[in-house]
Design a protein around this ligand. Structure first.
Ligand code: PGA
Length: 250
């Protein structure tokens, strides 16, 4: 089973979400080869929950507060997301790490809050261009993963998907080669093995994200160490998303 996580970022108002989902539901047939997950803005969750009822498509959010409760004006808690029908949440996206200064400690707290509230987690990790150019991908992935997963029990990894997202590939149209993605995903599995177990490293779900589109999906559909894709820009065009899904389903 492959996982396709669509990250809509700060796009689609609630009425645009309704329009998009009505078209998606008319054209997409639930599949036993692909789990489709839609990570929508908070304001779109209510309409999406209503429309996705009785379908196998999972509803996701793009962030969660790092505290369970308290004085956090403007934040959304894990319990609120759960009650809104959300199944999983993206944590540690590079846009949040950079622009909103989310560090590994906050990311670790967010993961714990999400899991405690029965939410799955998509944990994003990935190196910058400078790290890539100086061959530090391995070190960066190791550091991010060890810090983010600190204090977790092995069985909690069942509810975590790791998204390998090199920062330099996000929204740029540039991607690593299939070999490089495989190497990075293998590194991720090694880190899981060192910190948890061989079994956990085999079972952990990993997806690749960064400039996946209809033109390049073919070259990545047979990656050896990953289980799917996180798709940003390409999901905004429904026809492109459907085409990518159909390639992955084959
Ligand atoms: P992209 O975004 O597919 O537009 O590169 C991926 C992401 O931000 O997760």
């Amino acid at each position: 089973m492959k996982k396709i996580i669509a990250n809509f970022k700060m796009n689609l108002t609630p009425s645009m979400t309704k329009e998009y989902l009505m078209q998606l539901l008319a054209r997409y047939v639930d599949s036993d080869k692909v789990t489709l997950c839609l990570s929508l803005p908070y304001t779109s969750l209510a309409v999406a929950r209503f429309l996705l009822e009785k379908r196998k498509i999972l509803l996701g959010a793009q962030n969660v507060c790092d505290e369970e409760e308290g004085k956090n004006t403007g934040e959304i808690s894990g319990a609120m997301l759960k009650d809104a029908g959300v199944s999983y949440v993206i944590v540690g996206h590079s846009e949040r790490r950079k622009k909103f200064k989310e560090d590994n400690k906050a990311i670790n707290h967010k993961i714990k809050v999400a899991l405690k509230n029965g939410l799955g987690v998509v944990l994003c990790v990935g190196e910058s261009l400078a790290d890539y150019n100086t061959l530090k991908t391995y070190d960066v992935l190791t550091e991010q993963l060890e810090a983010a997963l600190k204090g977790l029990y092995e069985n909690e990894l069942e509810n975590i998907t790791i998204a390998y997202e090199p920062i330099w590939a996000i929204g740029t149209g540039t991607t690593p080669s299939a070999r490089e993605i495989d190497r990075a995903c293998k590194t991720i599995r090694n880190v899981i093995k060192e910190n948890f177990s061989q079994k956990a490293s085999e079972n952990i779900e990993i997806v690749y994200g960064g400039s996946i589109n209809t033109k390049n999906i073919n070259q990545f559909k047979n990656l050896k160490y990953s289980n799917g894709f996180l798709i940003g820009g390409s999901c905004l065009d429904l026809a492109s998303l459907l085409q990518i899904i159909s390639v992955i389903e084959k």
